[in-house]
Design a protein around this ligand. Structure first.
Ligand code: ADP
Ligand code: MG
Length: 254
C-alpha cells in the first residue's frame, strides 16, 4: 500500500516542487513505484517532469471534478520513470467548484483509494497557499513533508501550517502526521541559516531530516530541460542530496 505524502508549505519558492520532482525520481532510482500528483495550478511539477501543461488532454482537475478516469489522466514520465497526474491553470476552476461542494475537501482522498495498492509512494505537490487544493492534499495524505528555507521568516509561517495540520488531523483526516521537515537551499556558511536550522531542530527534533539540500545550480537548471536533476546531471550535489533524502524516506517507511 502506498504511503501518501503532501509536500507543502504555504510560502512560495521554498523548494516544494523541486523536492517533489527530485524525490520522486530518486525513489524510482531505488526501485520504488511512485506517483507524483501536481496539485498546483502553476503546473511547475508537470513542466519539470517534461510534460507540457498546455498540451495535456486531461489533468488532475478532471480527476477532482470526476470528469476523467485515472487511466486517462496518468502519464508515465520519461526518463524519470514515475507516473504523473499533470496540472495546469484549469485547476483553479476545480478549486472554486470544490469550495461549493459540502465534501469538497475529500475529493482527492476518494479518488486515490483505488490507486494506493499500485504504488509504494504517492507525492502531492501543493500550491503556495492553504487553500482548498491544499486541504484536499492534507485530507488524502498520511504524512506531510515540509520544505523549509532556513531564513528569517521561516518559522513564523510554520506555525500557521502546523495549526492547519492539527485542524485536519482533528477532523477529516485523523491519520495525518508531520512526516519530516526538509532544509532546502541550505548554505552552511551563512550564520542565519545555521541559527534557523538550530531552532528547527529544537522545535521539531528528529522530524527534521538529517539530509540537507544544498543550494545547487543544477537543481535550478534541470526543470528548464523538463528533467529531474538525476537525469540532467546525476553526479551533481543536488541530485546526490535528493538520493540521500530518498534513502531517509525509505528507511523511515520500509
Ligand atoms: P516552490 O515549489 O516551493 O514554490 P520551487 O521548488 O519551485 O519552490 O523552487 C523555487 C525556485 O528555486 C525554483 O526556481 C527552483 O529551481 C529553485 N530551487 C529550488 N531548490 C533549489 C536548490 N536547492 N538550489 C538552487 N535552486 C533551487
Ligand atoms: Mg511549486
Amino acid at each position: 500500500m502506498a504511503r501518501i505524502f503532501a509536500i507543502t508549505n504555504q510560502k512560495g519558492g521554498v523548494g516544494k516542487t523541486t523536492t517533489c520532482v527530485n524525490l520522486a525520481a530518486s525513489l524510482v532510482a531505488m526501485k520504488r513505484k511512485v506517483l507524483l500528483i501536481d496539485l498546483d495550478p502553476q503546473g511547475n511539477a508537470t513542466m519539470g517532469s517534461g510534460v507540457d501543461k498546455h498540451n495535456c488532454e486531461h489533468s488532475v482537475c478532471d480527476l477532482l471534478l470526476g470528469e476523467a478516469s485515472l487511466e486517462q489522466i496518468c502519464i508515465r514520465t520519461d526518463p524519470a520513470g514515475y507516473d504523473l497526474l499533470p496540472a495546469n491553470a484549469e485547476l483553479t476552476t476545480a478549486e472554486v467548484q470544490l469550495l461549493q461542494q459540502g465534501d469538497g475537501g475529500v475529493s482527492l482522498k476518494k479518488e486515490l483509494a483505488a490507486l494506493k495498492p499500485q504504488y509504494d509512494f504517492i507525492l502531492i505537490d501543493c500550491p503556495p497557499s492553504l487553500n482548498m487544493l491544499t486541504v484536499n492534499a492534507l485530507a488524502a495524505a498520511q504524512g506531510v513533508i515540509i520544505p523549509v528555507q532556513c531564513e528569517y521568516y521561516a518559522l513564523e509561517g510554520l506555525s500557521s501550517l502546523m495549526e492547519t495540520i492539527q485542524q485536519i488531523g482533528g477532523g477529516i483526516n485523523p491519520e495525518l502526521q508531520v512526516e519530516g521537515l526538509l532544509r532546502t537551499m541550505y548554505d552552511p556558511r551563512n550564520s542565519l541559516t545555521r541559527d534557523v536550522s538550530a531552532q528547527l531542530t529544537e522545535h521539531f527534533g528528529d522530524k527534521v531530516y538529517s539530509t540537507v539540500i544544498p543550494r545547487n545550480v543544477r537543481l535550478a537548471e534541470a526543470p528548464s530541460h523538463g528533467l529531474p536533476a538525476l537525469a540532467y546531471d546525476e553526479k551533481s550535489k543536488g541530485s546526490l542530496a535528493y538520493l540521500a533524502l530518498a534513502g531517509e524516506v525509505t528507511r523511515r517507511n520500509p
